[in-house]
Design a protein around this ligand. Sequence first.
Ligand code: ADP
Ligand code: MG
Length: 249
Amino acid sequence: RKTVWKLSTGSKELDSILDGGLESQSVTEFAGMFGSGKTQIMHQACVNLQCDDRIMIDDNIKDEILQKPLKAVYIDTEGTFRPERIVQMAEAIGIDGKDVLDNTFVARAYNSDMQMLFAEKIEDLIKEGHNIKLVVVDSLTSTFRNEYTGRGKLAERQQKLGRHMATLNKLADLYNCVVIVTNQVAARPDAFFGASEQAIGGHIVGHAATFRIFLRKAKGDKRVAKLYDSPHLPDAEAMFKITEKGVHD
Ligand code: ADP
Ligand code: MG
């Protein structure tokens, strides 16, 4: 196994329950209800990738990771990527928003086949010489949820979602990428943590994502993130904020 590196979420509290930040060679899932801040976290990660003091890399892999400009691929299945929000977040931390946009490939996926194909094509981009170190899928589950409705389609849906997750895990492992995905849940948090997990993809995502975080809205601009079921980190909660500046403590 190669040495992992970490990407800050923008919140030191959230980074700390993740033992330093979003970890490479893993898939990290952000679940939560509509408006909980999943897409904001995805945007902030793309911004942070271009900010030297928001990436933590051991000296022994520094040259390899930083050989060329760091790039992100953002697979957008809901049409919620906003370049102007990227610029706003970048300016808030004193970096060039255009630079972030130039280093972020945005792919709009209108269905699950496009989504899966885009994920498979990332390897080609890397082989062409793009130093892709962050992969975002926002949302991981919405196309599957829309297309495979009803009990009869459940097995096929889970199988395809499992294949998609395998593609993402392979990218993370082979190319030492940070992979982050979102998963919208309609259920209340207590139902989410209950025996009949209502998050679509529940088990498949659960077994394939190394880190799972549940986001919920608190008072005002405050958010609570709960890390759960991690293989080597304790369950823990972090408080952070989402404001015009972005994701921060
Ligand atoms: P979801 O979990 O559905 O993806 P989002 O990440 O889109 O949720 O979060 C939307 C919330 O983020 C808004 O309700 C608002 O609280 C906050 N937000 C989004 N953009 C801004 C902004 N420019 N300034 C301040 N807050 C923002
Ligand atoms: Mg969203």
